[in-house]
Design a protein around this ligand. Structure first.
Ligand code: ATP
Ligand code: ZN
Length: 285
């Protein structure tokens, strides 16, 4: 039986979380020892460990059927591949930055200036859309030093916390593109590969959904139950069980974690006690 080939970044900011995602999907495979290709013992996939920049090309050519890359790399590559799922990790942004002493008053600053970047396609499109005419200097790494050595007036690079910019005397002035890890796929998968992919995608979505939600348990006086149920934005009606303590019930439901922080005070005010919020491992929809 043939296997779905998945390309992951070999070593870098996506590697650990990409491997963890497949493991959370129940896939067992040897990882480590520097092997470049490995296969799962319990799911029909083969995993290729590659440089992230090479993955779009491999996926386009069907050497790998799917892959995990940053959306920034997907866009920059301009390959005919499709994003099939956003993965909610390795969030970062592609930003324009200038030396921190620069008197920056708006995008027009970049007119007739030089910008160093490893992302000429994304930057070029952004500049065109904003009617800025600048010279783009393409360099493949250590972009932050370009202004300091007189190569450019500003840079366009990946930022997460901004600390690298700061330590190189730069300040972030514009966000060009917000990125996260994405699952990409070849556009002409045969039906056998598509079937394996669908199975994997179902698992990925269950894992993702579980991460976004929490299981909540709380105790409520019976006369407050109605009110508390109104407060809980449950996905379906909550489970209610009587407590040994007279006049009280235990209420169980599933809620989005962020929503929980918004409603916690309301719940307490309404008389909820013993509130427990527990992670969900998988959520099948
Ligand atoms: P490779 O050796 O595979 O080419 P790389 O140096 O190009 O690796 P990494 O720095 O590991 O790439 O980043 C991989 C991806 O992780 C980026 O394309 C981006 O989508 C994401 N990312 C998240 N946070 C950051 C960050 N702070 N700096 C750079 N990339 C980040
Ligand atoms: Zn790379």
């Amino acid at each position: 039986m043939s296997k779905l080939k998945i390309a992951l970044q070999k070593s870098g900011r996506l590697s650990e979380k990409s491997v963890a995602l497949l493991e959370e999907c129940g896939l067992k495979f040897p990882n480590g020892g520097g092997k470049l290709i490995t296969e799962s013992s319990n799911f029909p996939v083969e995993i290729l460990f590659l440089r992230d920049d090479d993955i779009p090309q491999y996926v386009e050519q069907n050497v790998a059927h799917i892959g995990i890359i940053g959306e920034n790399v997907f866009l920059e590559s301009q390959k005919s591949i499709s994003i099939i799922e956003k993965l909610n990790f390795s969030g970062c942004r592609l930003s324009l930055a200038v030396p921190k002493e620069t008197d920056y008053e708006g995008l027009n600053f970049f007119n007739n200036k030089k910008i160093a970047t490893s992302y000429p396609n994304i930057l070029g499109k952004y500049l065109r859309e904003n009617n800025i005419s600048a010279t783009v200097e393409v360099i493949s790494g250590s972009v932050e030093i370009a202004p300091g050595i007189g190569l450019a007036d500003g840079i366009c690079d990946i930022v997460s916390s901004g600390s690298t910019l700061l330590s190189n005397g730069l300040k972030e002035v514009v966000t060009v593109f917000k990125s996260q890890a994405v699952l990409v796929a070849n556009q002409n998968l045969d039906s056998e590969m598509q079937q394996i992919l669908n199975k994997l995608l179902f698992r990925i979505r269950s894992v993702q959904k579980a991460k976004e939600n929490k299981y909540i348990l709380l105790n409520s006086p019976n006369d407050q139950l109605e009110k508390i149920i109104q407060i809980l934005p449950g996905m379906n009606s909550p489970t209610i069980l009587p407590l040994a303590k007279e006049g009280w019930s235990s209420l169980h439901s599933v809620i989005g974690e962020e929503k929980f922080w918004d409603i916690i005070d309301e719940l307490k005010e309404a008389g909820a006690e013993g509130i427990l919020v527990v992670p969900i491992e998988k959520m099948i929809l």
